[in-house]
Each structure stands twice: as C-alpha cells, then as structure tokens.
Write a protein that binds this ligand. Structure first.
Ligand SMILES: NC(=O)c1ccc[n+]([C@@H]2O[C@H](COP(=O)([O-])OP(=O)(O)OC[C@H]3O[C@@H](n4cnc5c(N)ncnc54)[C@H](OP(=O)(O)O)[C@@H]3O)[C@@H](O)[C@H]2O)c1
Length: 259
C-alpha cells in the first residue's frame, strides 16, 4: 500500500481573504492537506479562533478587515515577512443582505461596496507586488453578478463590479505572467449561505428557494467550490479572465421538467 502523503501543493504559498468560514475555510483546508502554506483572514474573533482550531498550527490566521486600507497594508507586510511571495491570492471575503431596495440605507450600501469591491481592488493592488510569474488570483463572485434577484440589487452590483474589475486585472497582469479568474457560486451550504445578517428562519427559506430553482434541485457544498478555485489556481495554466459558475445549472438558462 502506498502511504506517501499526497502533497500536490507542497511549497505553494496561498493567501485567502475571508478564509475563516464556509468556502474560504474549505479551500484553506484543501490547500493545507495538499502541503501548501496558507494564510487566511477574517474579522469576527470567534470565527478566527474557530478557524485556528480547525485548520491547526500550520495555518496562519490573521484578523484583517478587507474594507480597511491600513489592514490591507498590514496584511501585505505580514505576508511579505512570513511567505516572501504569493502563489495563490484568493479574494473571497464578501457580505450580503437580503433587502428590498426601499430598505437599503446609505451605510449598508457603502459597507457592501467597501467589503465586496473596494477591499478586493486594493488587496490586489497592495499584494500583487509579491506575486511572481506563474501565480494566480481567484475572485469569489456570485451568479448574482448578472441577472436580477429580488432583495439583491446592492449585492449584485458589488459582485458585477468585482467581476468587471477582475477582467481589468487580468488584462493588466497578463504581461507579468499572473492569471486572474472568477468563480461564481450559486446556492452553497455555508454557515451564512452568503447572507450575512439573516435569521435562521430566513436562511432556511433562502435555502429552500435555492433548492427549488436550481436545476440540480440541491445546493452546492463548500468543497465543490474549493475544487473550482484550486483548478483555476494551479491547473488552468492557459486560462485568464475567465468566469466559472458552480451553481447546479442555475445561471445557465436551463428549463428542466417540473419537480
Ligand atoms: N454561500 C453562498 O451561497 C454564496 C453564493 C455566492 C457567492 N458567495 C460569496 O462567496 C464568498 C464566501 O461566502 P461564504 O458563504 O463561504 O461566506 P461566509 O460563510 O459568510 O464567510 C465569509 C468570509 O468572509 C469573511 N469576511 C466577511 N467580511 C469581512 C471583512 N470585512 N474582512 C475580512 N473578512 C471578512 C468572514 O469572516 P468573519 O465573519 O470572521 O468576518 C468569512 O471568513 C463571499 O464573497 C460570498 O459573497 C456565497
């Protein structure tokens, strides 16, 4: 029996914003299992502590608000000191509220764009100098980055901007040998379902809706999204500026037979 550990990512250095929960945590775990050095960020102290426990002593877990420029600069300094370079920058931190447009406040609007759009922009700007030729950036957008969904006008706009920004980065970084791609998940079973402030009842209802409208009639798992991220990061060496949906067919205009 072959007992050699399978370590396809040995020697790789990965940074994941919003890596303390859900899909980011699953991607971090897969990278660590594959031998990579991983640094994850998050904000909530309980989630940071839980991530330290789950990921173990090999993981670097850093409190860092992606909406804060000083925090992004501190992140860049920490990564430079601990890793020296980045092979995968996974921009995953994101928030959303389910809010009809009449209820959206200026503060909520600004916060959504600060976390989902401004933070990603300046994270790439400040961390790209640490990325050598052959490295990759993967953004987590959402299938809500196109089309329209009730209660998601602000969230959709932030993710559409993120997706568009990724294309700009892909064009600018291609000459430096850095690939930039986007994963757009559909309904994925994470602790928040991507809806940050929802009650347990609202989340259950959101999940029920997702399972009903998704052609595969189920939600996806964090591990299924992590595989798409890792594909872009290390295997899709002739792909940049692309968007891959992980959505059970939801965003593809399919019309299956009624359930
Ligand atoms: N779940 C879905 O169905 C779904 C679908 C499409 C897209 N998405 C997107 O996928 C990404 C991950 O979603 P998820 O469901 O796995 O999320 P999640 O369980 O809510 O986790 C989000 C992660 O982002 C972190 N985060 C939030 N605000 C942050 C900030 N200001 N600074 C740093 N980190 C921050 C969270 O950490 P703390 O809580 O500790 O701050 C957490 O680690 C998000 O961008 C989300 O919009 C989710």
């Amino acid at each position: 029996m072959n007992t050699t550990p399978h370590t396809p990512y040995a020697g790789k250095k990965a940074v994941i914003t919003g890596g303390t929960l859900g899909m980011g945590l699953a991607t971090a775990q897969a990278l660590l299992d594959g031998g990579a050095d991983v640094l994850v960020t998050g904000r909530n102290p309980q989630n940071l502590e839980a991530a330290r426990r789950v990921l173990g002593p090999r993981a670097h877990v850093l409190a860092s608000d992606t909406a804060s420029l000083p925090d992004i600069d501190a992140l860049a300094a920490t990564v430079r000191e601990r890793f020296g370079r980045i092979d995968l920058l996974h921009i995953n931190a994101g928030i959303s509220s389910l809010e009809p447009f009449e209820q959206v406040t200026e503060a909520g609007y600004d916060r959504a764009f600060a976390v989902n759009t401004k933070g990603p922009f300046f994270t790439v700007q400040r961390l790209a100098p640490l990325m050598p030729a052959g490295s990759a950036i993967v953004f987590t957008s959402s299938i809500a980055d196109e089309g329209g969904m009730h209660g998601m006008s602000v969230y959709s706009a932030t993710k559409a901007a993120l997706r568009s920004m990724a294309s700009g980065f892909a064009a600018e970084l291609v000459t430096r040998g850095i690939r930039v791609n986007v994963v757009s998940p559909g309904f994925i079973d994470t602790p928040t379902l991507g809806v940050t402030d929802a009650s347990a009842e609202e989340r259950a209802e959101f999940m029920r809706l997702g399972d009903q409208i998704t052609p595969m009639r189920r939600h996806g798992t964090s591990a299924e999204v992590a595989r798409a991220v890792l594909f872009f990061a290390f295997e899709a060496t002739f792909t940049t500026g692309a968007r891959l949906t992980v959505d059970g067919g939801l965003g593809q205009g399919l019309t299956p037979a009624a359930a």
